[in-house]
Design a protein around this ligand. Structure first.
Ligand SMILES: CC(=O)SCCNC(=O)CCNC(=O)[C@H](O)C(C)(C)COP(=O)(O)OP(=O)(O)OC[C@H]1O[C@@H](n2cnc3c(N)ncnc32)[C@H](O)[C@@H]1OP(=O)(O)O
Ligand SMILES: CC(C)C(=O)C(=O)O
Ligand SMILES: [Mg+2]
Length: 503
């Protein structure tokens, strides 16, 4: 494998082709800036001919003065190439179907016509002084002799880099290795690959292409894209760096932050077990694992990839599979000391709650420990007295909260994108003099069905010192459940603070 692999990101082009996803120009600009900070080498900012909005967005990104190279997509048609050139991009990625199935049934051109169109497009781009990447669309279903013929022809026309796209995701890792190996014997310019994830092996196929000599890999944040998506950026980069020992320009500590931004803007949420950026990627619940991890993290983690490397955090989760070492550590973190007998009883009760199918939060542990120890562990610094929210199709959602905080009455109001957001912000504002908290995790689930469903809110709250507390609350009113869960978590954090300050 090449020691250095460059990363071509197509989140804003193929990623946006995810059915149902449409990003605003402002969101695209924010993602482009984030990808620049992340260290992406080339960013495919869009397909300018596809709409006036896309053209303007590619233009804005190209004029942003980013460190990365900005690329625009174009068919091998002069109108596409001119529209792309108008945006001021550094590179044009031009493509045409080369497989019989696409050539005959979509563009309806002979092999000779396709070859001529490809060469003409590359020459046109180079005549305008812009870098050029050529894709033989559906390369992996194209006859190899014809494929190498067209790649050689575009190389001869001055193309800077060729792409081998697995357009419908039908390759196996070994077939990808052999294909890229065969192409690399025939041409001298760099090879890039673009793998789709129809069978869930886009990352494996991309890595095998790199093993066979490809020096650039196309990815998208969170693996979004056409159908089942593209090769996932975080997975490709971490495999390259941690498993293969190859270098990229990616500042991996921003991988999680980038994934969260794209989740927010696209509305496509990653399942918890998603590698690297998923909520559970560095979480441990099983007693045997947590016992090991608490002593030395590498016992039950890869070690060659740590949560810190990707901007994540390790979490010890209490539940049905927890052991006493994990429970003891969580109690110690909360400043709670127990005897061995008390600890055994707390573990037994935690498992009993989890056996009923419930998720265990720090707030549950706190309540169980208080009961077993027979004393009130917390003084409930914040006692909520009033929660009012105002929302309609004509007003900006607004919330007012009033509470006794310590010995004093405190009131705050705020606005938000919805009533829950407004209420959460009002609480954060109300307690700002005591502690500043960030919301790390927020989940609303309907426990019962129907419009009168009971909703459960689970929240993770982080204070200025990086301590995280989870709590949940249920109500038929999601704003009430959210605020109850938030205040429970903050009360525990404030208790912890007192206990820590006392030590
Ligand atoms: C594998 C990929 O991801 S390729 C990129 C796919 N992305 C997109 O299609 C998103 C944006 N696309 C669009 O906005 C539109 O499809 C446009 C603007 C590009 C074209 O729109 P329309 O002119 O309405 O055509 P439509 O999309 O229905 O059909 C595609 C046309 O492009 C032609 N075409 C497809 N690929 C190529 C190519 N590489 N070079 C030349 N022509 C091509 C087809 O033959 C067809 O032409 P025809 O109208 O003469 O029959
Ligand atoms: C435009 C091309 C490279 C593409 O997205 C594909 O073939 O999947
Ligand atoms: Mg694609």
């Amino acid at each position: 494998m090449n020691k250095k692999i460059t990363i071509f990101d197509t989140t804003l082009r193929d990623g946006e082709q995810t059915p149902g996803v449409s990003l605003t120009n402002d969101q695209k600009l924010k993602i482009a800036r984030q990808l620049d900070k992340l260290g992406i080498d080339v960013l495919e900012a869009g397909f300018p001919i596809s709409s006036e909005g896309d053209k303007q967005s590619v233009k804005a990104i190209a004029n942003e003065g980013l460190r990365l190279d900005v690329c625009g997509l174009a068919r091998v048609l002069t109108k596409d190439l001119d529209t792309c050139l108008d945006t001021g991009v550094d590179m044009i990625h031009t493509f045409v179907s080369t497989s019989d199935i696409q050539r005959i049934h979509t563009i309806k051109k002979s092999k000779e016509e396709v070859l001529t169109m490809a060469v003409d497009a590359v020459q046109y781009i180079k005549d305008h002084g812009v870098k050029c990447m050529f894709s033989a669309m559906d390369a992996t279903r194209t006859d190899l002799d014809y494929l190498t013929q067209i790649y050689k022809a575009v190389e001869g026309a001055g193309c800077d880099i060729i792409n081998v796209p697995d357009t419908v995701g039908i390759m196996s890792p070994s077939r990808m290795y052999h294909l890229v190996g065969a192409v690399s014997k025939e041409i001298r310019i760099p090879i890039d690959v673009h793998c789709h994830n129809d069978f869930g092996i886009a990352v494996a196929n991309s890595l095998m292409a790199a093993e066979a000599g490809a020096s650039q890999i196309q990815v998208t944040v969170n693996g979004i894209g056409e159908r089942a998506g593209n090769a996932n950026l975080a997975e490709v980069v971490m495999c390259l760096q941690s498993i293969y020992g190859a270098k990229t320009n990616i500042n991996t500590e921003y991988l999680l932050e980038t994934s969260k931004m794209v989740e927010k803007y696209t509305g496509i949420h990653m399942p918890p077990n998603t590698p690297i950026v998923g909520e559970n990627a560095f979480a441990h619940e099983s007693g045997i694992h947590t016992h090991g991890v608490l002593t030395k993290a590498d016992t039950f983690e890869p070690g060659i990839m740590t949560p810190e490397m990707v901007g994540h955090k390790r979490r010890i989760v209490l539940g049905k599979h927890a052991g006493k070492h994990a429970v003891q550590k969580s109690l110690e973190d909360a400043g709670i000391q127990t005897t061995d007998e008390q600890l055994d009883e707390i573990v037994r009760r935690i498992k009993a709650i989890a056996d009923k199918g419930k998720r265990i939060c720090d707030a549950d542990l706190h309540a169980v420990a208080a009961d077993v120890l027979g004393r009130n562990l917390g003084s409930e610094t914040i006692k909520l007295k009033e929660l009012s929210v105002m929302t309609s199709n004509l007003t900006t959602p607004t919330a007012v909260v009033r509470a006794i905080v310590g010995d004093e009455e405190a009131v705050a109001s705020n606005i938000g994108t919805g009533p829950v957001d407004a209420a959460v912000k009002a609480v954060q504002q109300m307690i700002a003099g005591y502690t500043k908290v960030k919301i790390r995790d927020f989940r609303i689930e309907a426990i019962t069905g129907g419009a009168d469903a009971l909703a459960e809110v689970t929240i993770g709250v982080e204070d200025e010192d990086g301590r995280v507390v989870t709590a949940h609350a249920a109500s038929t009113d999601i704003v009430t459940a959210s605020v109850d869960a938030l205040i429970t978590a903050i009360n525990i954090l404030l208790d912890k603070k007192k206990l820590w300050n006392m030590q």
